[in-house]
Design a protein around this ligand. Structure first.
Ligand code: TXA
Ligand code: MG
Length: 349
């Protein structure tokens, strides 16, 4: 299949012709990749199980992993839910449009194939003008997972999406890089206590301000996660990855020792670190060095993380040594993704 890549230059006022063409494809039962503020999504008509099946095929995604339904209004969100709890209303008013997915009981007319045969549905109102224009033009909620091949990090740019899906889908709307760069927070509102199933762009602290206590579920590997997607090993870089946490001085020292150790073994070494550590780590001449952002600006680290991981693979790095960040605020989501990429090889120094 030939994939068209359409560039959207003015993100605030996306070109009507491009949006209309994408919406038409969706209405015809096709799938289309589009930008959101978190990561790129691969979308289909949420009420068309055959169209949604194409998403699973293109990504190589397990069938029990449900899709998030993207909406362009609160009314559209409520129309998908069997019950719309008070907590959902409060979160929606505070964080939508934005990087938060609310899991609620679903209406019977949402196809089971789309929700992994669960009685619930994840709903998100994204904060990206292109995504919103597309949902509006299509006229229905768009079911969409991240637009990566299964097993790769989520795509945070049109380039990532192109690399993963060219030849597999008819159209990619390319609006450059995503501002948040990590997937949405998935919040389960179907049990007595709200629970974060996947940490993401909206932090636990922000949710707690609105909801009181919020549990974080599914982070412990020995538990069976409620978000089916959390049980899959999300992303294994080609190289072996190690994640270091502790004081910055210790991390720098240990990573430098590790570099020397791996170099004698003839390995190609990649470093993912914070801006603060760049010059000290550069002394050891790694084969590839990527600064994700400043320790004092976790949003910057979040936005660049997946790009850094993908570049390590593109450069065929054998060993990735990564500097962890503090696990508060956005740091919880950052560390969740880094730990998964490292296959939980976490070293405290
Ligand atoms: O930011 C995002 O959420 C991006 C953009 C495109 O919106 N989407 C995304 O989708 O990351 P995906 O499919 O890659 O991840 C969705 C996660 C999976 O772990 C899935 O299992 C979980 O949300 N999920 C979806 N519906 C659910 C439900 N009804 N109950 C529990 N978990 C659900
Ligand atoms: Mg995904």
């Amino acid at each position: 299949m030939e994939t068209q890549r359409v560039y959207i230059d003015d993100i605030q006022h996306p070109d009507d012709t491009a949006i209309a063409a994408a919406a038409r494809l969706l209405q015809q039962g096709e799938i289309v990749a589009f930008p959101t503020e978190t990561v790129y999504g691969l979308g289909a008509n949420a009420f068309d199980p055959q169209a949604c099946a194409k998403i699973y095929a293109a990504k190589g995604r397990p069938a029990d992993n449900p899709l998030i339904l993207h909406v362009c209004s609160l009314d559209m969100a409520r129309s998908l839910a069997l019950e719309w709890p008070e907590a959902a209303e409060r979160c929606a008013r505070k964080f939508w449009p934005g990087p938060l997915t609310l899991v609620v009981r679903k209406r019977a007319d949402i196809p089971d194939e789309v929700t992994g045969y669960l009685p619930t549905v994840g709903i998100r109102f994204p904060a990206h003008p292109v995504a919103l224009a597309l949902i509006r033009a299509a006229g229905f909620p768009i079911a969409a997972p991240s637009a990566n091949l299964s097993g790769k990090p989520s795509p945070t740019s049109g380039r990532h999406t192109w690399r993963d899906l060219q030849g597999k889908i008819p159209l990619i709307l390319d609006a450059g890089s995503c501002i948040v760069g990590l997937e949405s927070t998935v919040l389960d509102l179907t049990s007595a206590e709200p629970a974060i199933l996947r940490p993401g762009g909206v932090t636990r602290e922000q949710l707690a301000e609105v909801l009181g206590v919020v549990r974080v579920d599914g982070l412990e590997p020995w538990r069976i996660p409620k978000a089916p997607g959390m049980k899959y090993r999300h992303y294994a870089p080609l190289g072996e990855m190690y994640l270091f946490v502790g004081s910055r001085e210790n991390i720098v020292q240990v990573i430098r020792e590790e570099m020397r150790k791996w170099r004698v073994r003839g390995k190609k070494i990649g470093i993912l670190c914070t801006l603060e550590s760049v010059s000290e780590l550069n002394h050891e001449w790694p084969d590839f060095m990527y600064a994700m952002g400043s320790q004092t600006r976790p949003a910057e680290v979040a936005a660049n993380l997946f790009e850094g991981l993908r570049l390590c693979d593109e450069r065929k790095i054998d060993v990735i040594l990564a500097e962890g960040v503090e696990e508060s605020g956005l740091g919880l989501a950052i560390m969740n993704r880094l730990e998964k990429a490292a296959g939980h090889k976490l070293i405290r120094v």
